[in-house]
Design a binder for this molecule. Structure first.
Ligand code: SAH
Length: 504
């Protein structure tokens, strides 16, 4: 018997952190993920690297995928015996044509599961501080699709009944027919002053909220350019205020921030920004390449206990060393004996994941501070010190140590290569002033970025430049770039904090 199984999974409304644990677990295991246009792209990063990802975006594009085509895609994967996650925006059971896909499974005798998701109506309301029910004014709730409001004859919406309904009415897919819908309500006796809230792109950094009433809402949306995907809330509960609208009050809400690290680093950075309401514009400028297998590195890693001190200067260094040790059939005990110093709380935290506490972390995360502070604590003269770090790191750290009489082994466990991107999209966003910040987290990201994006295009835009610390700032200034902000703490978290605290 085929081991094919179909999971109809709700992907939630947009904010990837609103995914359920069950959804996450299935996404991480699936052979194949067939996903809708409304599914947040960040969610797909949890898929297996070898999983097949099939987009069936119905909303946009020149050739929208038809339901029949989706069935064919599912049938093909079923016949291949795959574990299929059919990922749908919001909840699979609400306006998602899941019934037809379940019928297909039953017909094919393929087992299936349905995993609920947070529907966009609930997220839209909660992420604006709107409460869909209210003890005083609304004890009923109705979910309606605006699609069925077209044309009188095939209309299956009962406007007379809805106009008489005293509670809250939530419309999905109503934007193209908002004129017709609101007119029908008024024609059926609903008070034209009934409050209406429209929320576009709910729970994302592009969330927009419009508060109006039944009479004016269609015109207001046209004027403000509020479009699908949007939720329309109609009734006495359709109101909020600046204090209740917590999501849009976040310090970085709606800010578009370019991030320029390597792919993995950018993924983590993007999640941190999203958490603050900002939208990350990803431009990977570098690639991290392992060097632990090099002939001159292996003997050093095999004999780490011969040193007095091991220095890590980045989390990348820590990860590469431990993965190399593991490949050598060894573990954390290979580091037994020497003391361990980390520049930066990120490398120290990464080290602690392997069960090792750093003996020394300087208060300032630079090579110079590291040596000065450590030398105050103990004499480094004659000490054997190994630097497990990037092959392109500055030589100020080994130089300062050598001056103090230490015997330094500079051991490159990884290197950083410049990465080329298609700059078209970023350039058009820059010239349209649709970017608020460009962030840099190392000198190599600065160099690679400006090899690809001409400096005058950045200077001509209103964009601001943020740097993680003094070395990165120096590199920016050397290239003639104006730096608007330098983080006090030289970590990604410190950079996000600095962006949050920035005032004109
Ligand atoms: N199953 C989905 C609904 C699919 S129908 C769910 O449970 O949310 C598509 C409609 O959902 C859109 O036209 C829009 O009305 C609504 N929608 C989906 N995501 C949205 C979002 N992030 N913000 C506002 N509305 C959204």
């Amino acid at each position: 018997m085929s081991r094919a199984k179909v999971y109809l999974v709700g992907a939630g409304p947009g904010d990837p952190s609103l995914l359920t644990l069950r959804a996450l677990e299935l996404i991480a295991r699936a052979d194949c993920i067939v996903y809708d246009g409304l599914v947040a792209p960040e969610i797909l990063r949890y898929a297996r690297p070898d999983a097949e990802l099939v987009s069936v975006r119905k909303r946009t594009g020149d050739s929208p995928v038809k339901q029949q085509d989706i069935h064919q895609i599912l049938l093909d994967r079923i016949s291949q015996g795959k574990m299929i996650v059919r990922l749908k925006g919001g909840d699979p059971g609400l306006f998602g044509r899941s019934a037809e896909e379940v019928a297909l499974c039953i017909e094919q005798n393929v087992p299936f599961e349905i995993i609920p998701g947070i529907t966009s109506a609930l997220a839209a309301a909660d992420y604006c501080g709107i409460f869909l029910t209210d003890r005083e004014s609304s004890s009923q709730l109705m979910f309606v699709t605006g699609q069925k409001a077209a044309g009188k004859i095939d209309s299956r919406l009962d406007f007379a009944n809805m106009a008489a309904f005293g509670g809250t009415i939530v419309f999905y897919m109503a934007m193209t027919r908002l004129d017709l819908i609101t007119a029908e309500f008024i024609r059926n006796g609903k008070n034209p002053k009934t409050p209406v809230a429209v929320i576009q792109n709910a729970s994302t950094p592009r969330q927009r909220l419009l508060l109006s009433n039944l009479k004016n809402v269609a015109g207001d949306c046209r004027r403000e350019g509020i479009e699908a995907p949007a939720i329309v809330i109609l009734g006495p509960t359709a109101h909020t205020d600046a204090r209740r609208n917590w999501f849009m009050a976040r310090p970085l809400f709606g800010k578009r921030i370019v991030i320029t690290r390597d792919r993995k680093g950018n993924e983590d950075f993007a999640m941190g920004l999203l958490d603050q309401g900002a939208e990350a514009v990803v431009f990977d400028t570098i690639r991290i390449v392992d060097q632990t297998q090099d002939a001159n590195v292996q003997p050093v890693l095999s004999n780490l206990s011969a040193f007095d001190w091991i220095f890590f200067t980045s989390a990348n260094g820590v990860r590469h060393v431990f993965s190399a040790l593991s490949q050598m059939g060894r573990d954390a005990r290979a580091l037994a004996g020497p003391k361990i110093a980390c520049i930066g709380s990120e490398s120290a935290r990464c080290l602690s994941e392997y069960g090792i506490r750093a003996d020394f972390v300087p208060t300032k995360f630079t090579g110079k501070a590291m040596v000065e502070e450590l030398a105050k604590q103990e004499s480094l003269a004659g000490k054997k010190i190994v630097l497990l770090r990037s092959g392109i790191a500055l030589d100020d750290l080994p130089r300062a140590l050598t001056q103090l009489g230490s015997v330094v082994t500079d051991c490159p466990v990884y290197t950083v290569q410049s990465l080329r991107n298609d700059p078209t999209d970023l350039l058009s966003k820059l010239s349209g002033n649709r970017i608020d910040w460009i962030t840099f987290t190392s000198s190599s990201t600065v160099r690679s970025f400006f090899e690809q994006i001409p400096l005058d295009r950045v200077a001509a835009s209103k964009v601001r430049i943020a740097s993680i610390g003094p070395e990165t700032t120096r590199q920016l200034k050397d290239l003639g770039v104006r730096v608007d902000l330098e983080a006090e703490r030289h970590t990604i978290e410190g950079l996000v904090e600095a962006l949050k605290g920035f005032t004109e």
